[in-house]
Design a protein around this ligand. Structure first.
Ligand SMILES: [Zn+2]
Length: 318
């Protein structure tokens, strides 16, 4: 699932590619993608993209009126949404991806969900999974956008005190707390593995047992990992469009590295399998060499781990 670093780079490159441009029309290929009814999707046809933002792991395109569309064609990409009044809210979930193609590009058969046609190119949305989970909402007014904010802290802006308070609000494992969108915004399975490894903290440790030092290490590691990866992805994409978005990067320390040597201590990276996901950690760096027995793990996972990250994402407050 694209997390904060990937979504941030999507936002930046979308601003460059479609900011100030007119969305001519949307070609839908999946009956399941659009999850809202009113306003209709056609309401954004012919409107100018006024803003591109991130809410959690969602991408938000804001649209203003159409009349100055042609003049806006060469305008610099906008970065504030003050005059946007219609929004497309896109959640890519695990397998959704955006690609920038030539104008009028075909929507690929099995994986194609939709195409967003601009004069300079077409944004093609795909989902390479039999389970179609990506979602699109059309929203009118900035107030209505607030419904998509799960309330998690923005990790790059959070003060030490706010970060510690958010993590301590409920007693959960660090792994779950980091990936809960009500606690932190934009962090999922991949970067939580990397953050916990950087902080040398066990994914199984509970927030109720965390010291102030644990939580400050976790905050610093969160900022470091997210900033480093955002910078790396930004450099990789350059002036292009992110077309290699993946949760598994060769440069990651533990995520997706089961059995490979930890880059810090050389111990083999361990894994936790749950439902459709694998989480990774280094016992040498993070759990004092302790490996959790299957029995303990399954109890822990039943008790405190999301069966799927999607379920966690969708979990309603309260
Ligand atoms: Zn290690």
């Amino acid at each position: 699932m694209p997390e904060l670093p990937d979504v941030t780079v999507y936002v930046e490159r979308l601003r460059a590619h479609v900011g100030g441009r007119v969305l001519r029309r949307v070609r839908m290929r999946s009956a399941f993608l659009l999850r809202s009814v009113d306003p209709p999707l056609s309401a954004v046809d012919g409107r100018v993209v006024r803003s591109v933002e991130r809410i959690g792991k969602r991408l938000v395109l804001g649209f203003g009126d159409a009349e100055d569309g042609a003049a806006a064609h060469d305008a610099p990409a906008p970065d504030d949404a003050s005059d946007a009044d219609l929004f497309l809210v896109l959640h890519l979930m695990i397998a959704g991806r955006l690609r920038w193609k030539a104008p009028g590009a075909a929507v690929p058969g099995k994986v194609g969900l939709a195409a967003f046609d601009f004069d300079d190119g077409t944004l093609v949305l795909t989902e390479a999974s039999p389970k179609k989970r990506a979602s699109l909402h059309v929203v009118r007014g900035r107030q209505a956008l607030a419904a998509f904010d799960r309330g998690g802290l923005e990790p790059l802006d959070a003060s030490p005190a706010a970060f510690a308070a958010a993590l301590r609000r409920e007693n959960h494992t660090f792994k779950r707390a980091l990936t809960d969108p009500r606690v932190l915004s934009g962090v999922g399975n991949a970067y939580s593995d990397e953050i916990l490894h950087r902080a040398r903290l066990s994914p199984f440790k509970r927030t109720a047992d965390a010291t102030d030092d644990d939580l400050e290490r976790l905050r610093v590691a969160t900022v470091e990992v997210l900033v480093e990866w955002t910078d790396a992805l930004r450099a990789e994409v350059g002036r292009g469009f992110p077309d290699k978005v993946t949760a598994f990067r060769p440069g990651m320390a533990v995520h997706g590295k089961y059995g490979e040597p930890c880059p810090v201590c050389g111990a083999p990276v361990q894994r936790i399998l749950y439902a459709e996901n694998e989480a990774n950690y280094c016992a040498g760096c993070q759990t004092g060499g302790k490996l959790l027995a299957d029995r303990v793990l399954s109890r822990l996972m039943k008790d405190d781990w999301p069966r799927t990250l999607e379920e966690l994402e969708d979990r309603k407050r309260g």
